[in-house]
Design a protein around this ligand. Structure first.
Ligand SMILES: Nc1ncnc2c1ncn2[C@@H]1O[C@H](COP(=O)(O)OP(=O)(O)OP(=O)(O)O)[C@@H](O)[C@H]1O
Length: 272
């Protein structure tokens, strides 16, 4: 069993080199966290009084405007950031996939990078040895896999990284949206691997601005706004409130069936 519990947690970033006078205007900005300027050192309150209880089987999408606190929350859930106030408890092994390039070495070959990246994400060498061939085939990189990573284009690097990420067996999978930065054709190919990956994971938390990926991978959502949890509920309810319209309303019958959704949004209190 895996679980993540967060109690009244806040995360502050003190900004030591900011000019307080010019910052006062930024408080009125539409995106980003709250900037407090009362103290000598300005503080960005990236997360404010967050309480969450996530358990096995939860597949949570994080939505919200730029700077709303999604990435900071993922890093808090990963144990990378300690709460400035409040507390958190993580039970389970975390696979944080925040930046597809992390753990890659430009000087070694694609094949060697597959192994290194797998180890970085918590797999054993034996497990990775069994999967290397499958990953190599998925990437369609052919002889390039013998070449140093520095000779790869951005898209080729993402293919490699995505191949490895979708081959791991995580207990808790934390995904930041970088995963969407592949070309559409390849993402389509990766989609079924992503779905399988999420099925194998004990828990998923996924920050994304892309509705279709959220529909595919998540069953509930949290709407972050200025460092607060503005709403938590079923994915459809939260996205409908966040966007101001039901995004499933225009999906065709087959897609709705595949996602296990009905043509109209119903809540406990009935249709809306
Ligand atoms: N390392 C940092 N130092 C200072 N401020 C930070 C840092 N990381 C994030 N912030 C601030 O915290 C707030 C939340 O940022 P975060 O990256 O969590 O937002 P986000 O919802 O992931 O945004 P986006 O959708 O643009 O990726 C923002 O105001 C941002 O400026």
């Amino acid at each position: 069993m895996v679980s993540i519990d967060v109690w009244n947690a806040s995360v502050d970033f003190p900004i030591f080199d900011a000019k307080t006078r010019s910052l006062k205007k930024a408080v009125l900005g539409k995106v980003g966290g709250k900037i407090g300027t009362e103290q000598k050192v300005p503080i960005i309150e990236a997360l404010h009084d967050i309480s969450l209880n996530l358990k096995t089987g939860d597949r949570v999408g994080l939505v919200g405007h730029n700077g709303a606190g999604k990435s900071t929350l993922l890093r808090l859930l990963a144990g990378i950031y300690e709460p400035t106030r409040g507390s958190s408890r993580i039970v389970g092994k975390i696979a944080p996939v925040f930046d597809l390039g992390v753990g890659m070495d430009p000087e070694i070959s694609g094949l060697e990078n597959i192994m290194i990246r797998g180890l970085f994400l918590g797999m054993t060498r034996k497990q990775m040895e069994k999967r290397v061939e499958d990953i190599a085939e998925f990437t369609e990189l052919g002889d390039y896999l013998q070449m140093p990573l520095r000779t790869y284009s951005t898209g080729m690097r993402v293919r490699l990284a995505l191949g490895v990420v979708t081959s791991i067996d995580p207990e808790i999978l934390l995904l930041d949206e970088g995963i969407g930065a592949v070309d559409a054709a390849f993402l389509n190919k990766a989609r079924s691997r992503m779905v399988d990956l999420v099925k194998r994971s004990g828990m998923l938390v996924f920050a994304s601005h892309q509705d279709d990926l959220l529909f595919e991978l998540c069953n509930s959502a949290i709407w972050m706004d200025e460092g607060h949890v503005k709403m938590q509920g079923s994915l459809r309810e939260v996205i409908t409130a966040y966007k101001g319209r039901d995004p499933y309303a225009h999906l065709d019958k087959d897609t709705l069936e595949r996602l296990g959704e009905s043509p109209v949004l119903t809540t406990k209190s009935g249709e809306i």
